[in-house]
Design a protein. Structure first.
Length: 128
């Protein structure tokens, strides 16, 4: 019978043949780890644009529960149509202390362009 050290060594160095119960057990343990590990343990967030500062997110108007912000386009990664709303939500949440809880909905997004037609910022209307 193999000692505990030999078993651990063979498992660590993946020395078991395919089709053995030890090989199957190692594969199952790896799958359980990958599929059930909470995402928060790794503090892994996708990198967008440059770090957001409060000066890059400015309140333009407020009408009841509707607030309109101007978000500098440089704080976002080059947007895809699906990711723009998510990136703007994250930028607002990180830049403004009153929105850190993330309990707001983006109602409208308007790109602001310079003379050459390049997007320099986004005007974002939110609802609480």
């Amino acid at each position: 019978m193999a000692s505990l050290g030999q078993i651990l060594s063979k498992t660590f160095f993946w020395s078991y043949e395919r089709g053995t119960w030890q090989y199957d057990a190692a594969v199952i343990l790896i799958l359980v780890f990958v599929l059930l590990t909470p995402r928060e343990w790794f503090k892994d967030k996708p990198v967008g644009g440059a770090p957001v500062t409060p000066g890059q997110v400015q309140l333009i108007s407020q009408d009841g529960s509707r607030l309109t912000y101007r978000v500098d386009a440089r704080v976002l990664a080059p947007p895809t149509r699906l990711a723009l709303q998510s990136d703007l939500h994250t930028a607002l949440q990180e830049a403004l202390p009153e929105l850190h809880n993330g309990n707001f909905l983006i109602a409208k997004i308007e790109p602001l362009r310079d003379e050459q037609g390049v997007v320099i910022a986004y005007q974002v209307e939110i609802r609480h």
